[in-house]
Design a protein around this ligand. Structure first.
Ligand code: HEC
Length: 275
């Protein structure tokens, strides 16, 4: 990871990004949001503030904590205890010890409970930061996903539970409901669709799924926070007017399985940066 000096530079860039958002709002009438996004993406290409989250997450990963005063370094993310490199690119997957398919965030909670002795409530507390309340989970996830940067997505459906989870995710993707009778597919199964000024990826194509999946978590310039895939899906379900899913629920893992498998072959490139 980086030196303090380069982290300080990243912090300055993050502040610049916030200023850019403000000015982007001011010139909204002149340029499209997409142009503005392209501008600050370019400005920050050399230093994504998400690196601050990654560095903090690495520290949390290695720091003894919880009633057992243990670090998370022996957590098995699917490639063996202690292997973080490339693990995220193969998740979700079936875990024999837990007897179920887990996404990264479920697995992280599992390790915090089993290795550190936290209760489920403690291990899943504060998954999405709000101002003045930073989230350890977002930081840990930023670190662990960053450990797969440059690795090709390779999610397998070898185990019957993996197949079942994928099928459930697929069903969920097409399941219509809520006040508007929307499914994920209403917004994400057509090429070139837009809502307000945002392009909606077609998540059923290789290209669309890869571009979307390989860039989460992301530093949200508009929020000044790193947001995880759990948060992305939570936010889309909210837009869909579905009931709020419980954090780390199996239905989110199923949707994640569907998206991740569809992104196979794409090179993982997160944590990225988004509007
Ligand atoms: C009402 C329309 C709508 C529905 C329904 C919807 N989404 Fe979205 N989704 C959006 C919008 C808008 C964005 C982009 C938001 C932004 O740029 O801030 C988005 C972004 C995403 C992204 C990130 C794409 C990227 O390139 O960063 C994923 C993944 C995603 N949605 C998945 C889903 C899933 C899975 C469902 C069903 C549970 C769903 N969405 C339902 C509107 C929708």
């Amino acid at each position: 990871m980086n030196t303090i000096r380069s982290l300080a530079r990243r912090a300055a860039l993050a502040a610049a990004a916030t200023a850019a958002v403000a000015s982007a709002a001011a010139v909204h009438a002149q340029g499209s949001t997409a142009d503005e996004i392209a501008k600050y993406r370019q400005m920050l290409a050399e230093g994504n503030p998400a690196e601050l989250w990654e560095a903090a997450g690495e520290e949390l990963w290695k720091k003894p904590a919880g009633p057992k005063n243990a670090s998370l370094e022996q957590c098995d993310l699917g490639k063996g205890p202690g292997v973080t490199k490339g693990a995220y690119a193969e998740l979700p997957r079936y875990f024999k010890d837990a007897g179920k398919v887990m996404d990264l965030e479920q697995r992280l909670a599992y390790c915090r409970m089993t290795l550190q002795g936290l209760t489920r409530e403690e291990a899943t507390k504060n998954p999405f930061s709000s101002s003045g309340k930073p989230s350890e989970i977002e930081r840990l996830v930023a670190y662990l996903t960053g450990e797969s940067r440059g690795v090709k997505m390779n999610v397998q459906l070898g185990h019957p539970e993996e197949k079942r989870t994928y099928a459930l995710g697929e069903k969920m993707f097409f399941y219509r409901g809520g006040a508007y009778d929307f499914a994920c597919a209403t917004c994400h199964a057509v090429d070139g669709q837009r809502i307000r000024l945002q392009d909606l990826p077609n998540l059923l194509t290789d290209k669309g799924a890869q571009a979307a999946y390989t860039t989460w978590p992301a530093y949200r310039v508009s929020q000044g926070e790193v947001r995880t895939m759990q948060h992305r899906l939570y936010d889309c379900l909210r837009q869909q007017r579905f009931p709020e899913p419980a954090y780390g629920s199996d239905v989110i893992t199923a949707l994640t399985m569907f998206l991740a498998k569809n992104a196979n072959g794409g090179t993982y490139d997160g944590p990225a940066m988004k509007r």
